[in-house]
Structures are given as structure tokens and as C-alpha cells.
Design a protein around this ligand. Structure first.
Ligand code: CP
Length: 312
């Protein structure tokens, strides 16, 4: 049983709790491969997505996950809501809650916003990305994909390549992977690697070639173009030349190494199109697994029953 009220980050979860979510996602993946992708498990339960930042994958996959489990789902478009009239996060959350909502899925530009909401509502809160802090369901779907393809996470060496400093995906991956004993390499421009990252138990590199040598997984992060304005990278062209994952660099990893990217991608910048298209790339499967993992999270938080039954 998942005993927590909310899912706010992988930092606070134990390896057993993470394993429970990943194990629960296995039958969920089977459901989404059926012709009729619907089970009555969460009938009568409700979920609202509350996204203060844009999203394609996370928001849509939560909505699909809820629908596949027969929950009632609704999405609040923040830019067309009373948030623009100045309504606070807490008041917005309470308003959604008193409509009878069981789960609020929130993405917010401020680190800690989901935690603040969770303290102030009885509804369960899922963090769908908060500032540079965590993106726990992305971390979980990445771990699920690695475990599904490679087995025991504790045997893996994973290189995370790119803008580590601003990446909540990197942080959730690191918290999750290190709990299982995986070795984690981080690599990117020195301006995009925070000094304190070493305290998370990772090995820091500034050469892609050295970082990816013999690894089992290369997880490539999006270059956040908005950071260019701060002068943290000289140009996208320069970045692609020094840190972009091309076939030659990818070939230094183990021959069967996985190539991952959380999306959205800048093709030709952090990842070359032929690397994304290659046999080792599991980028599309990560998206599919995102639905399965989010179904598992909703199921565990809302106490679903009878997961295997088909809807009549
Ligand atoms: N990986 C990810 O969070 O993508 P979206 O921003 O499209 O949700």
C-alpha cells in the first residue's frame, strides 16, 4: 500500500515505495495495449489538472491515465481562469477541492508550490513539475523504462547529459536512481552544472565522451533556450558541437545502451535526428510508459480496485 497522501518528489520516497509504483505500472501498461483501454477502477473518483506552465506529455498523459481508469477528469486552463484576476494558489486549490475533487495534479514555475498546496487541501496532490526542483512522474517513467529494458536498476550506470542546473527531470532521476544503487554520471557545460550536485552522489564530467563511455543509459536533457539570454551557453550551434549527442558519441556507450530524452526535443541541438531515430532510442516508449506510470500513481493515491476487470 502507498501510505502517503501526496506524490511530491522522489527525494522523500523509499526504494520500496518507488518499486511499488513501478510494479503497479506493469499491469497498467497492459491495459493501454488493449483494444478497449478502459477499466472501472476509479469510477466515481475525480481528478483536476492545474498547470501554470505549458505541457504536452505530462498533462495529456495524466488526463488519458485518468480516463483509462474511468475517473472523471477536468483541466483548468490557468490563463483563462481567475488566477489572472489575482486568485492565489491556495484559494484556487481549495475552490477545486470543494467541487469534490479527489486529486489535483499541479505544474508550477515555483519550486515548492505543490508542497504548499498539499498542506492546504485535503485532496491528494501530485507534483507534475515544480520549478527547478522535481518532476517525480517523469523520474518514475524513466526508471520504469530503464527497469523494463535493463532489469535491476542497481546494476546500471546512467549518464545524464545537458542542462543539469535547471532540470527538475535530472533531479528526480538522480534521487530515484541513487536509491537503488545505480551509478549516475552528469555531464554538461560547467555553467549548467551546480557545484552542490556532487552531494547527490553523482560523478561530474565536462566531456561527453568520458561521461558516456560504457554506460547502460544516456538520458539527454532539453537545452532550455530561454537560458541563452543569461549567457550560460555561447550559442546553440556551439552547444551542439560540444555537447550534442551524435552517433559517434553515442557509440562510446555499451552497444545496447538506451538513448532517452524526456521531451520536448531540440533535434539537431542536444540530440541529433539519427540518434533519436536509432534502434536504441526509447524516447517514444518513454511517453507510452508515462501513461502507465501515471495510471499507477492515480490508482495508488485513489485506492482503486479491480484493475484487471474490463468495463462493460
Ligand atoms: N517531459 C515533459 O515534462 O514534457 P511536457 O513539458 O510536454 O509535459
Amino acid at each position: 500500500m502507498y501510505q502517503r497522501k501526496d506524490l511530491l518528489g522522489l527525494k522523500e520516497l523509499t526504494a520500496d515505495e518507488i518499486s511499488l509504483i513501478l510494479d503497479t505500472a506493469v499491469p497498467m501498461k497492459e491495459i493501454i495495449q488493449r483494444d478497449i483501454k478502459k477499466v472501472p477502477t476509479l469510477r466515481g473518483k475525480s481528478m483536476v489538472t492545474l498547470f501554470y506552465e505549458p505541457s504536452t506529455r505530462t498533462k495529456t498523459s495524466f488526463e488519458m491515465a485518468g480516463k483509462y481508469l474511468s475517473a472523471d477528469t477536468s483541466s483548468l486552463t490557468v490563463s483563462a481562469s481567475s488566477v489572472v484576476k489575482g486568485e492565489s494558489l491556495i484559494d484556487t486549490g481549495r475552490t477545486i477541492e470543494v467541487m469534490g475533487t479527489n486529486v489535483i495534479v499541479i505544474r508550477h514555475q515555483a519550486a515548492g508550490a505543490p508542497h504548499l498546496l498539499a498542506k492546504n487541501v485535503k485532496a491528494r496532490v501530485i507534483n507534475a513539475g515544480d520549478g527547478m526542483h522535481e518532476h517525480p512522474t517523469q523520474g518514475l517513467l524513466d526508471l520504469f523504462t530503464m527497469r523494463e529494458k535493463k532489469g535491476d536498476l542497481g546494476n546500471l550506470t546512467v549518464a545524464i547529459l545537458g542542462d543539469i542546473m535547471h532540470s527538475r527531470v535530472a533531479r528526480s532521476n538522480i534521487w530515484g536512481l541513487t536509491k537503488f544503487g545505480a551509478k549516475v554520471h552528469v555531464v554538461g557545460p560547467s555553467t549548467l552544472i551546480p557545484k552542490e550536485i556532487k552531494q547527490m552522489g553523482v560523478k561530474v564530467f565536462h566531456s561527453v565522451e568520458e561521461a558516456v563511455k560504457n554506460v547502460d543509459v544516456i538520458n539527454v536533457l532539453r537545452v532550455q533556450r530561454e537560458r541563452q539570454k543569461k549567457g550560460l551557453i555561447p550559442s546553440l550551434k556551439e552547444y551542439a558541437k560540444v555537447f550534442g549527442l551524435d552517433k559517434k558519441r553515442a557509440s562510446l556507450a555499451k552497444p545496447d545502451a538506451l538513448i532517452m530524452h524526456p521531451g520536448p526535443m531540440n533535434r539537431g541541438v542536444e540530440i541529433m535526428p539519427d540518434v533519436y531515430e536509432c534502434e536504441q532510442s526509447v524516447v517514444d516508449e518513454q511517453v507510452t510508459n508515462g501513461v502507465a506510470v501515471r495510471m499507477a500513481v492515480l490508482y495508488l493515491l485513489m485506492g482503486g480496485k479491480g484493475v484487471y476487470e474490463a468495463t462493460n
